[in-house]
Ligand binder design. Structure first.
Ligand code: SF4
Ligand code: SF4
Length: 136
């Protein structure tokens, strides 16, 4: 089951706004460095905010530094950005789906909670089998 049954990105950029961003793990950092073609030191100096060992992307004018009417590092974006808005917390509580629907206009409103969870679980199982389609 394709995640498009649940979500179509509208490119509104809401998820890239704010004064903080997702944190980057080791794979995220390596992918970003390779994509940008810079050294890790240069990438960090230009684009990362490091706080107590937590690496996030810098923000500029209230949005992620890579946001420019879309994600300018789309192919190398952090895994948490690629996962959004199909967050596994949705499976835990209908309130989480409601909250994420308020944040992301791309989520289909007409899909019931039970149906949403069924498709999301199928998608997660596909991901675990290595058949993940990146969705944004
Ligand atoms: S993921 Fe949702 S909030 Fe982010 S750009 Fe797409 S539609 Fe907008
Ligand atoms: S890396 Fe891309 S998708 Fe993630 S917050 Fe920044 S601009 Fe948005």
């Amino acid at each position: 089951m394709k995640p498009a049954s649940l979500f179509t990105c509208r490119r509104c950029g809401y998820c890239c706004q704010g004064e903080t961003t997702v944190s980057l793990n080791d794979d995220d950092r390596a992918r970003m460095v390779a994509f940008l073609g810079l050294s890790e030191e240069e990438t960090s100096a230009r684009y990362w905010r490091v706080t107590d060992g937590c690496v996030q992307m810098k923000t500029v004018d209230g949005h992620c530094i890579f946001y420019n009417e879309g994600c300018s590092v789309h192919e190398a974006r952090p895994w948490r950005c690629a996962q959004w808005p199909l967050h596994p917390a949705i499976l835990l509580d209908p309130a989480n789906l409601s909250a994420i629907r308020e944040s992301c206009p791309g989520l289909r409103q007409e899909v019931s909670y039970d149906e949403f969870c069924r498709i999301l679980k199928e998608n997660q199982e596909d991901m675990e089998r290595g058949h993940r389609d990146f969705i944004l």
